[in-house]
Design a protein. Structure first.
Length: 311
């Protein structure tokens, strides 16, 4: 799927509220479809595995799917697989071919514990979800939560490595979802904004607004993020029972007021410099939509704030 720049810009001016509502409604239908498919698979497994690259809106989508299941009488628990990271130890951490610590590797996760917890949940046993402290790159002693599934309950495990073979080969019965922003924006048939750039803009805006991150650092990391995606995430997407696009036709006009400021200066000498310096002029092709028009429960709120969900 591709969006047409002329359509986006026309409705940005003529009907921004309608543009937003239409896109959010389409996404709501995708979530409802996912909920129905998950319920069909419930007899096989109470476990839902949700994966996708960084900036795809996985967390909000997981919450929306949980809401859709609640509407159907199924209570849903949520677990971020980040809490299953192992404590970082220089002597055991995975390394890149260049010898750098590879914190994108699935081997950073405690796969043995994850798979044991999946089995125990399916058997009706209680699990104690670990808790990871990112500031110290270590797992702490106190668990983050305790979960035992009742008859009409399911659980969503969300993380970039959720569809890795080390999990799905052991638990093929779990329902598998892959979510990513994948639509390009075209003008007269030529791509003027890449689908992957949606996620880059989302990450840069979010990390600047809520994580105190220097946009130059976020942008400089993009090449490594993309390398990790190709190596560890996107190659497993065809394992999914359902894939859907998490981009929104209105999001660039909404993000634009902040994004154009952050992308004016691209650090020279970084990997993918020739590609990344194209993002700023591409952003200038879009108009602006006031973020007050965005619904409090929209996926885009994950990146601009002001939403109803806690992250």
């Amino acid at each position: 799927m591709a969006y047409r720049l002329e359509d986006i810009n026309y409705r940005t001016i003529s009907d921004p509220k309608g543009l937003i509502e239409e896109a959010d409604d389409n996404y709501r239908k995708k979530v409802q479809e996912a909920a129905e498919m998950i319920l069909e698979n419930k007899k096989r497994s109470p476990i839902i595995l949700l994966s996708g690259p960084s900036g795809s809106g996985k967390t909000t989508t997981a919450m929306k799917i949980s809401e859709a299941l609640e509407e159907r009488g199924v209570h849903t628990h949520y677990v971020a697989m980040d809490d299953y990271f192992k404590t970082v130890k220089p002597e055991t951490v995975p390394r890149t071919p260049e010898g750098e610590m590879d914190l994108e590797s699935p081997l950073c996760l405690d796969m043995e514990l994850l798979n044991r917890h999946f089995t125990e949940l399916s058997e009706g046993k209680r699990i104690y979800v670990p808790k990871y402290e990112f500031s110290r790159q270590m797992r702490i002693q106190e668990p983050s939560k305790s979960i035992k599934l009742k008859k009409d309950e399911m659980i969503v495990f969300e993380g970039i490595h959720a569809l890795n073979d080390m999990i799905t080969s052991v638990h093929p019965e779990a329902f598998k979802l892959y979510i990513s922003s994948r639509s390009d924006v075209t003008f007269h048939g030529a791509v003027v904004f890449k689908g992957s750039w949606f996620r880059l803009v989302r990450r840069t805006v979010r990390d600047y607004l809520f994580r105190g991150a220097d946009p130059a650092e976020t942008i400089a990391m993009w090449a490594n993020v993309r390398r990790g995606e190709h190596q560890y995430i996107s190659l497993f997407r065809d394992k999914a029972d359902l894939q859907f696009d998490s981009s929104f036709s209105y999001e660039l006009p909404v993000l634009n007021a902040t994004a154009t400021q952050l992308f004016q200066t691209i650090p020279e000498g970084i990997e993918r410099f020739e590609e990344l310096k194209q993002v700023f002029p591409a952003l200038l092709l879009f108009g602006n939509i006031d973020e007050s028009l965005v619904a409090p429960d929209a996926v885009v709120r994950e990146f601009i704030g002001g939403g109803i969900y806690e992250y």
